[in-house]
Write a protein that binds this ligand. Structure first.
Ligand SMILES: CC(C)(COP(=O)(O)OP(=O)(O)OC[C@H]1O[C@@H](n2cnc3c(N)ncnc32)[C@H](O)[C@@H]1OP(=O)(O)O)[C@@H](O)C(=O)NCCC(=O)NCCS
Length: 133
Protein backbone atom coordinates (compact mmCIF):
# COMPACT_ATOMS: atom_id res chain seq x y z
CA UNK A 1 0.00 0.00 0.00
CA UNK A 2 2.36 2.73 1.18
CA UNK A 3 5.56 0.77 0.75
CA UNK A 4 8.35 2.07 -1.53
CA UNK A 5 6.47 4.17 -4.06
CA UNK A 6 7.50 3.20 -7.62
CA UNK A 7 6.82 6.81 -8.61
CA UNK A 8 9.58 8.00 -6.33
CA UNK A 9 12.26 5.42 -7.01
CA UNK A 10 11.07 3.40 -9.98
CA UNK A 11 12.92 2.14 -13.06
CA UNK A 12 16.65 1.58 -13.51
CA UNK A 13 17.56 4.67 -11.50
CA UNK A 14 15.39 3.50 -8.60
CA UNK A 15 16.93 0.01 -8.76
CA UNK A 16 20.41 1.53 -8.67
CA UNK A 17 19.56 3.69 -5.69
CA UNK A 18 18.01 0.74 -3.88
CA UNK A 19 21.00 -1.51 -4.65
CA UNK A 20 23.46 1.09 -3.33
CA UNK A 21 21.30 1.60 -0.24
CA UNK A 22 21.08 -2.14 0.42
CA UNK A 23 24.86 -2.53 -0.04
CA UNK A 24 25.52 0.35 2.34
CA UNK A 25 23.14 -1.14 4.90
CA UNK A 26 24.74 -4.58 4.62
CA UNK A 27 28.18 -2.98 4.88
CA UNK A 28 27.17 -1.12 8.03
CA UNK A 29 25.68 -4.25 9.55
CA UNK A 30 28.71 -6.37 8.63
CA UNK A 31 31.01 -3.78 10.21
CA UNK A 32 28.87 -3.71 13.34
CA UNK A 33 28.01 -0.05 12.74
CA UNK A 34 24.67 1.30 13.92
CA UNK A 35 21.94 1.70 11.30
CA UNK A 36 19.70 4.75 11.64
CA UNK A 37 16.05 3.68 11.41
CA UNK A 38 14.68 7.23 11.27
CA UNK A 39 13.75 10.18 13.43
CA UNK A 40 10.95 11.24 15.72
CA UNK A 41 10.35 14.91 16.43
CA UNK A 42 8.69 16.47 19.45
CA UNK A 43 8.65 20.26 19.29
CA UNK A 44 6.46 23.35 19.49
CA UNK A 45 4.35 23.98 16.40
CA UNK A 46 5.48 27.14 14.54
CA UNK A 47 3.31 30.25 14.85
CA UNK A 48 1.29 28.59 17.60
CA UNK A 49 0.52 29.35 21.21
CA UNK A 50 2.65 26.58 22.67
CA UNK A 51 1.02 23.56 21.04
CA UNK A 52 3.43 20.64 20.82
CA UNK A 53 3.83 18.51 17.70
CA UNK A 54 4.96 14.91 17.36
CA UNK A 55 6.20 13.62 13.99
CA UNK A 56 8.02 10.67 12.44
CA UNK A 57 10.20 9.92 9.43
CA UNK A 58 11.64 6.46 8.87
CA UNK A 59 14.11 5.17 6.33
CA UNK A 60 12.08 2.93 3.97
CA UNK A 61 14.12 -0.09 5.10
CA UNK A 62 12.55 0.40 8.53
CA UNK A 63 8.91 0.63 7.47
CA UNK A 64 6.50 -2.08 8.56
CA UNK A 65 7.97 -2.94 11.96
CA UNK A 66 6.04 -0.62 14.27
CA UNK A 67 9.09 1.58 14.97
CA UNK A 68 7.36 4.93 14.29
CA UNK A 69 4.43 4.11 16.54
CA UNK A 70 6.64 2.78 19.32
CA UNK A 71 9.05 5.73 19.19
CA UNK A 72 6.24 8.30 19.01
CA UNK A 73 4.45 6.67 21.92
CA UNK A 74 7.64 6.88 23.99
CA UNK A 75 8.21 10.60 23.37
CA UNK A 76 4.51 11.40 23.90
CA UNK A 77 4.52 9.55 27.24
CA UNK A 78 7.64 11.40 28.26
CA UNK A 79 6.00 14.70 27.31
CA UNK A 80 2.86 13.87 29.28
CA UNK A 81 5.02 12.91 32.27
CA UNK A 82 6.71 16.32 31.98
CA UNK A 83 3.32 18.10 32.05
CA UNK A 84 2.54 18.65 28.36
CA UNK A 85 -1.29 18.66 28.32
CA UNK A 86 -1.85 17.60 24.70
CA UNK A 87 0.11 16.62 21.62
CA UNK A 88 -0.69 17.29 17.94
CA UNK A 89 0.30 15.54 14.73
CA UNK A 90 -0.08 17.24 11.35
CA UNK A 91 -0.21 15.11 8.21
CA UNK A 92 -0.35 15.94 4.52
CA UNK A 93 -3.71 14.86 3.09
CA UNK A 94 -3.35 11.42 1.54
CA UNK A 95 -0.42 10.29 3.69
CA UNK A 96 -2.23 7.13 4.79
CA UNK A 97 0.85 5.58 6.41
CA UNK A 98 1.12 8.56 8.73
CA UNK A 99 -2.63 8.64 9.38
CA UNK A 100 -2.32 4.97 10.38
CA UNK A 101 0.40 5.86 12.89
CA UNK A 102 -1.94 8.51 14.38
CA UNK A 103 -4.70 5.89 14.61
CA UNK A 104 -2.40 3.40 16.33
CA UNK A 105 -1.52 6.14 18.83
CA UNK A 106 -5.27 6.70 19.48
CA UNK A 107 -4.98 10.29 18.27
CA UNK A 108 -8.26 12.02 17.44
CA UNK A 109 -8.72 13.59 14.00
CA UNK A 110 -9.86 17.17 14.66
CA UNK A 111 -9.93 18.55 11.12
CA UNK A 112 -7.85 20.03 8.35
CA UNK A 113 -6.07 23.28 9.27
CA UNK A 114 -3.59 25.78 7.88
CA UNK A 115 -3.00 27.14 11.38
CA UNK A 116 0.71 26.40 11.86
CA UNK A 117 2.25 25.70 8.47
CA UNK A 118 1.46 27.48 5.21
CA UNK A 119 -0.37 24.43 3.88
CA UNK A 120 -3.56 22.58 4.80
CA UNK A 121 -2.79 19.60 7.01
CA UNK A 122 -4.91 16.88 8.56
CA UNK A 123 -4.62 17.47 12.28
CA UNK A 124 -4.70 14.89 15.06
CA UNK A 125 -4.62 15.42 18.81
CA UNK A 126 -3.98 13.29 21.87
CA UNK A 127 -4.78 14.60 25.34
CA UNK A 128 -2.79 13.58 28.39
CA UNK A 129 -4.56 11.06 30.62
CA UNK A 130 -6.07 12.42 33.80
CA UNK A 131 -3.92 11.41 36.75
CA UNK A 132 -5.75 10.88 40.00
CA UNK A 133 -3.43 11.59 42.93
C1 LIG B 1 4.90 7.48 8.13
C2 LIG B 1 5.86 6.31 8.37
C3 LIG B 1 6.82 6.64 9.50
C4 LIG B 1 5.03 5.08 8.73
O1 LIG B 1 5.87 3.95 8.78
P1 LIG B 1 5.23 2.52 9.17
O2 LIG B 1 6.32 1.54 9.13
O3 LIG B 1 4.01 2.27 8.34
O4 LIG B 1 4.70 2.74 10.66
P2 LIG B 1 5.16 1.98 11.98
O5 LIG B 1 6.64 2.09 12.15
O6 LIG B 1 4.29 2.44 13.07
O7 LIG B 1 4.87 0.45 11.61
C5 LIG B 1 3.53 -0.02 11.51
C6 LIG B 1 3.52 -1.20 10.57
O8 LIG B 1 4.41 -2.19 11.08
C7 LIG B 1 3.66 -3.42 11.27
N1 LIG B 1 4.32 -4.14 12.38
C8 LIG B 1 5.14 -5.20 12.20
N2 LIG B 1 5.61 -5.61 13.37
C9 LIG B 1 5.08 -4.79 14.32
C10 LIG B 1 5.20 -4.74 15.73
N3 LIG B 1 5.97 -5.60 16.41
N4 LIG B 1 4.53 -3.77 16.40
C11 LIG B 1 3.76 -2.90 15.73
N5 LIG B 1 3.59 -2.91 14.37
C12 LIG B 1 4.27 -3.86 13.68
C13 LIG B 1 2.24 -2.97 11.48
O9 LIG B 1 1.31 -3.99 11.20
C14 LIG B 1 2.16 -1.85 10.45
O10 LIG B 1 2.11 -2.38 9.16
P3 LIG B 1 0.83 -2.11 8.20
O11 LIG B 1 0.78 -0.63 7.95
O12 LIG B 1 1.14 -2.90 6.99
O13 LIG B 1 -0.37 -2.58 8.96
C15 LIG B 1 6.68 6.01 7.07
O14 LIG B 1 5.77 5.68 6.05
C16 LIG B 1 7.54 7.18 6.63
O15 LIG B 1 8.60 7.45 7.21
N6 LIG B 1 7.09 7.90 5.60
C17 LIG B 1 7.86 8.99 5.04
C18 LIG B 1 7.91 10.18 5.98
C19 LIG B 1 6.54 10.69 6.34
O16 LIG B 1 5.63 10.71 5.53
N7 LIG B 1 6.45 11.13 7.60
C20 LIG B 1 5.23 11.68 8.12
C21 LIG B 1 5.17 13.15 7.92
S1 LIG B 1 3.66 13.75 8.66
Amino acid sequence: MHRRSPGRAGGALGRGVRARRAARLLGHRAAGLPVVAGTVLFKPLPNGVGEVEVGWHLHPDSWGHGYATEAARAVIDRGFDAGVPEVYAVVRPGNQASVAVCARLDMEHIGRFRRWYDVELETFRLTAPVVVE
